[in-house]
Design a protein around this ligand. Structure first.
Ligand SMILES: Cc1cc2nc3c(=O)[nH]c(=O)nc-3n(C[C@H](O)[C@H](O)[C@H](O)COP(=O)(O)OP(=O)(O)OC[C@H]3O[C@@H](n4cnc5c(N)ncnc54)[C@H](O)[C@@H]3O)c2cc1C
Length: 439
C-alpha cells in the first residue's frame, strides 16, 4: 500500500481481514493524510475534514464496524448558515438543496425580483441538454439564470469541492442535482420530488435524520482506530517512508495517494494511466483557525458563512466550530475556521503566513465582526489537495483502470480523486478495491 490516508488504511484493513499480508508505506511522519487534528491554543481541533455525510452509508458502517458508534456525534442543533451578499449577511434560504431553491418565497431577502422570476422559468422551460459532459454552471445557468447560480449554487456546490462550477461535472461533482435533473426537466421539481420520495420512505423520521456526523476527538479518531486494528492484525506499517517509483516487489500494489503523486509513481509501468492521472486538476486551500474570547461575538447563532465568488474576497467560507460541535464549545472562547482558496484562485496559497492571516482577519472583520487579536491562531495549507471532477471524469477513471488492467494488472488506484471526493465515497472505493483484490 502506498499512502496512509483514509483510503490506504481502509484498503489495508479490509485486505488484512481477508487474510492478505499487507504493508503500508506513508510518506509523512503521521497517519491520516488529509485527516488529522492539531493544536489551536490548548485545544486539539480538526485540521482537515470535521464531518462526513450521513446519507451515504459507508462512513457510518465503517465507524460502527470499528466500534466507534458511541463516538459518532451530530452538530449541536441546527444553526443557520449565512451568505455574504451585497455587503450584508443573509440566512441561507430555507429549502435550498446545494443552493438550488425549492421554495421561491424564501429567496426574497437575497435574490432580486428579476432573479427570482428568472429562476421560476425553470418550472416551464423545455428540457436542457444533460450529459456526462455538462458542467454544473451550464445546466444551472440555463435552468435558473445567473443570479441564483452565482449567489447560491456556486458557493454551496463549489464550496464542497473547492471547485469552480464552470468546470465541475454535473454528473460526477453534483450527483444529487444530476439525479434530480434526470428525474424531471425542471431541476426544482426534480428536487421537490426527491424530497417527497425520501419523506414517503422514512416518514417523520426523515425530518430527524442528521445530515452530517462528526466523531468525538475529531475525525482523527477513525484513523487511530484503523491503525490500531492494523497493528493488532500484524500489518507492516511504515511512516516517513515515501515510495519513489514502481515497480515494487509485491503481488499487488495499491496506490492510495493524490492523483498527481499516483501519476509520477505509475509512469514507469503505464504511461497511458499516468497521462490520464495527470489530467485531473487540483485546487489548493489554506485555512486560518482562530480562538477568540467569547464576549467579542455574543450572542452568537450561526454554523458558518459562505462568501460567494462575486465578492472578490480571498476568504471563501468560515465555520464556527464552537457553535457547531459540542466538543469545541467553551464558555469563554470560540474556535472559528476561515477557509480560502478555490480552483483557479491561488491567491491564498501563494501568500506567506503573515499576509494570509492579515488578509483573512481583515475580510472576516468586514463580513462578520472584528475578531481583535485572536488568543491563538493556526494556519494549515492544503496545496493541490482537492481533486477536480471535470466533465468526463467517470470515463477518465474507467480509462485509467483499463490502462492499468492492460499495462500493470496488479497495480490499483484508490482515494478521493476517483469515485467521489468525500469520506464515505473514499471508504466505499477502498472497500470495493480490497474485495476485488482479495477475490
Ligand atoms: C481541508 C479539507 C477539508 C475536507 N473536509 C471534508 C469534509 O468535511 N467531509 C468529507 O467527507 N471530506 C472532506 N474532505 C475530503 C477528505 O479529507 C478526503 O475524502 C479523504 O481524507 C481522502 O483520503 P485519501 O486517503 O484518498 O487521501 P489523502 O488523505 O490525501 O492520503 C494520501 C496519502 O498518501 C501519501 N503519499 C503521497 N505520496 C506518497 C508516496 N510517494 N509514498 C507514500 N505515501 C505517499 C500522502 O502523504 C497522504 O498521507 C476534506 C479535505 C480537505 C483537504
Amino acid at each position: 500500500m502506498v499512502g496512509g490516508g483514509l483510503a490506504g488504511l481502509t484498503t489495508a484493513y479490509d485486505l488484512m481481514k481477508s487474510g492478505v499480508q499487507v504493508s503500508v508505506h506513508e510518506a509523512s511522519d503521521r497517519w491520516g493524510g488529509k485527516i488529522f487534528s492539531s493544536a489551536v491554543g490548548d485545544r486539539l481541533a480538526d485540521a482537515g475534514p470535521d464531518n462526513f455525510l450521513a446519507r451515504v452509508p459507508e462512513g457510518i458502517e465503517l465507524c460502527v464496524e470499528l466500534g466507534l458508534q458511541d463516538r459518532l456525534t451530530v452538530p449541536v442543533s441546527p444553526k443557520p448558515a449565512y451568505l455574504y451578499v451585497d455587503g450584508r449577511l443573509e440566512e441561507l434560504p430555507k429549502g435550498t438543496v446545494l443552493g438550488v431553491p425549492t421554495d421561491f418565497e424564501a429567496l426574497e431577502s437575497i435574490i432580486s425580483p428579476a432573479g427570482i422570476a428568472r429562476a421560476k422559468e425553470d418550472l416551464e422551460l423545455p428540457p436542457t441538454p444533460l450529459s456526462a459532459h455538462t458542467t454544473v454552471a451550464q445546466y444551472c445557468r440555463a435552468r435558473l439564470g445567473d443570479e441564483v447560480t452565482d449567489t447560491l449554487i456556486d458557493p454551496m456546490v463549489g464550496g464542497i469541492n473547492a471547485s469552480s462550477i464552470e468546470t465541475l461535472s454535473m454528473a460526477d461533482g453534483a450527483g444529487q442535482l444530476f439525479a434530480a435533473a434526470q428525474r424531471n426537466p425542471s431541476l426544482v421539481s426534480g428536487l421537490r420530488e426527491a424530497r417527497i420520495g425520501v419523506g414517503a420512505t422514512l416518514g417523520s423520521a426523515a425530518q430527524n435524520q442528521p445530515v452530517f456526523h462528526g466523531l468525538e476527538g475529531g475525525m482523527a479518531t477513525l484513523i487511530a482506530r484503523l491503525v490500531e486494528e492494523l497493528e493488532a492484525g500484524g500489518a507492516s506499517l511504515h511512516t516517513a517512508s515515501a515510495v519513489g517509483e514502481l515497480p515494487i516487489d509485491a503481488d499487488h500494489v495499491v496506490i492510495a495517494t493524490e492523483a498527481h503523486s499516483a501519476s509520477r509513481l505509475i509512469r514507469p509501468v503505464s504511461v497511458d494511466a499516468a497521462e490520464l492521472l495527470d489530467g485531473i486538476g487540483h485546487a489548493s486551500v489554506a485555512q486560518l483557525t482562530i480562538e477568540v474570547p467569547a464576549e467579542r461575538f455574543d450572542p452568537f447563532d450561526a454554523s458558518g458563512i459562505l462568501v460567494p465568488r462575486p465578492n472578490g474576497f480571498v476568504m471563501t467560507a468560515c465555520t464556527f466550530f464552537s457553535t457547531k460541535w459540542a466538543q469545541y464549545s467553551a464558555d469563554d472562547r470560540y474556535l472559528i475556521r476561515i477557509t480560502s482558496g478555490r480552483y483557479g484562485d491561488e491567491r491564498a496559497i501563494s501568500m506567506d503566513d503573515r499576509q494570509l492571516a492579515d488578509t483573512l482577519l481583515g475580510e472576516f472583520a468586514t463580513v462578520f465582526a472584528d475578531p481583535g487579536t485572536p488568543l491563538s491562531t493556526r494556519i494549515v495549507r492544503w496545496p493541490r489537495a482537492f481533486p477536480q471532477y471535470e466533465p468526463g471524469h467517470s470515463q477518465r477513471v474507467d480509462d485509467i483502470n483499463s490502462a492499468l488492467e492492460s499495462d500493470a494488472p496488479t497495480v490499483h488506484v484508490v482515494g478521493n480523486s476517483y469515485r467521489g471526493i468525500g469520506i464515505p465515497a473514499t471508504i466505499g472505493l477502498a472497500r470495493r478495491t480490497a474485495a476485488a483484490i482479495a477475490a
